[in-house]
Design a protein around this ligand. Sequence first.
Ligand code: ZN
Length: 178
Amino acid sequence: MSPSETAVIVVITLWFAALGGCFGSLLNVLVYRLPRGQSIVYPPSSCPKCGQAIAWYDNIPIFGWLLLLGRCRWCRAPISIRYPIVEAVVTLQWTAVFLLLLAVQHQQSNGEWIDAVRALYERQSPLLNHGAIGIVFALYWLTGSILIKLDGQRIPRTWLCAGLVAIAVWIVFAVWVT
Ligand SMILES: [Zn+2]
């Protein structure tokens, strides 16, 4: 693999990792607010102690917490380490599923790694791509369910419905792409 091909694969992998981090950040909001019947869009996140809104740069998955050393920027109240851990877990899930997808595609396309990237981009194996999307969202839903249970909350109906709707949409697309 040439350095430029390696760079392409590293950049795409980092892109999926970053996307996973953002979804992890969203999951922190969902598992807290949904069981409490709160809106997931309003109000924006704020420090529970001093009420200061959390700036976007302090909300960057994993790094926001690390740069603040786990404390609120304004009142220095500790921020639970659970937030960056959840973000890291989802980041790892997305990265692992992407690399697995790439590995399977590489095996199928029987060429260079960069050919496997191209095959994914051109959706040469649509069911394979679709399977990976299914796995990543199934893991997401399960992770959220575990967190809600850890908090001693009941799984909210909206979370169950979202899971069922996702399965229905996934099946429709699976039939459509084959
Ligand atoms: Zn604060």
